[in-house]
Design a protein. Structure first.
Lengths: 218, 150
């Protein structure tokens, strides 16, 4: 019985060893030293002052619940306290995930709306009504609640039409996401002094604020 | 034999904790704070202090395990940390929370399930066994020293 404490480690050696090797094999997030976002970005996805000290890039998928959480709970405060005050520049990047059935269509609607000057309105509504349209793909019905019928018809035409130009910005975002080593959405990239800090997960505003204040004070 | 097993257990545990601490320290503290937040247990005001301190505590515990003099206390610390971690995981699992443990750096978002509990339970048992073994070994050493003096 007294040897039990010594035998247990022996029994667990292989299991713990496997755990360690499995964990070490997983790639670790990198913090790259990339000065600016090289990927092509449509202007409607950018907001805030071009001279802002810090830029935040947000990768989202319209059908991802955690992205909805970020958009509903963190982004409004971020906009109010940092973007509108010129401290931070915000860039929205699309990163549609394969496993989501309607996200590509939703992304096309958002980018089509961007070309019509309705990007923020449509993006907000897509996240707001995500639980509904993600069930049946009826994005039209969700947007009809906030977009005038004539505008919605034009957005629909662009989004569902054969023109692939609308996807160019999305493809560039995805390529940039892959460069950033994205493994989940939402992911935010905080650019300050030429350094890209890649943070995955829905960041609560209170800790993002603390982090940004320190970055701005540097 | 016992001594050899104890040293092997200490080395494995030290490796796990040193790597866990290193993986967190090489990322911005915000990433680990986000991971802690997913457990929905820690108050928001405590997220930043925890995200800054825990990785260093892991490194100190890992280094402590490598030194015979401090090994038992470091093993006790790892047991307490793993116990708290498994407890937090069980709590989150019971509440159906989607957790990113952040154990060995970010992005390993896996649902809490059998694999997670098996791995972390195994590490907890290892830490417990090393702690008990290290304290017993220290007691035996002390007893033999007293006998020598007598």
């Amino acid at each position: 019985m007294r040897s039990l404490p010594f035998l247990l480690p022996a029994l667990l050696l292989s299991l713990a060893g496997q755990t360690l090797s499995a964990q070490t094999a997983a790639p670790v997030r990198k913090v790259a030293d990339t000065k600016a976002a090289p990927a092509m970005v449509k202007n409607f996805k950018l907001s805030g002052s071009p001279t802002a000290k810090v830029q935040i890039e947000i990768y989202t998928d319209y059908e991802c619940p955690a992205c909805r959480d970020l958009y509903m709970n963190t982004i409004p405060s971020l906009n109010k306290e940092y973007v509108q005050t010129g401290k931070v520049r915000l860039l929205h990047r699309d990163f549609p995930l394969q496993q989501h059935k309607y996200t590509r269509l939703a992304t096309r609607y958002a980018n089509a709306a961007g070309q019509m000057g309705k990007y923020d309105l449509v993006v907000n509504q897509l996240f707001q009504s995500q639980p509904e349209w993600s069930q049946n793909g009826n994005i039209d019905a969700a947007l009809a609640k906030v977009v005038p019928p004539a505008d919605l018809a034009k957005i629909r035409e662009l989004a569902t039409g054969p023109d692939t130009k609308i996807d160019e910005g999305v493809l560039a975002d995805v390529a940039m996401g892959n460069t950033d080593g994205l493994r989940q959405t939402p992911t935010i990239v905080i650019l300050a002094k030429g350094k890209r800090d890649v943070i995955s997960g829905a960041v609560p505003f209170s800790i993002l604020k603390s982090y940004l204040d320190k970055k701005l004070a540097e | 034999m016992r001594r050899g097993l104890l040293i092997a257990g200490r080395l494995i545990l030290a490796g796990i904790f040193l790597y866990a601490g290193y993986a967190k320290l090489r990322e911005p503290w915000l990433q680990f704070a986000v991971s802690i937040e997913t457990f929905k247990i820690v108050p928001e005001a405590m997220l930043e202090p925890m995200a800054r301190i825990v990785p260093w505590v892991e490194v100190v515990a890992g280094l402590g395990l490598l030194v015979s003099f401090t090994a038992r206390w470091a093993a006790l610390l790892t047991t307490l940390m793993l116990g708290a971690f498994v407890g937090a995981g069980a709590w989150a699992y019971a509440k159906g929370t989607d957790v990113d443990c952040g154990c060995f750096g970010s992005g390993q978002r896996e649902g809490l399930g059998f694999k997670w509990f098996a791995e972390d339970g195994a590490m907890l048992l290892l830490a417990l066994a090393v702690t008990v073994g290290a304290f017993m070994m220290a007691r035996q050493r002390r007893a033999s020293r007293i006998a020598d003096i007598a």
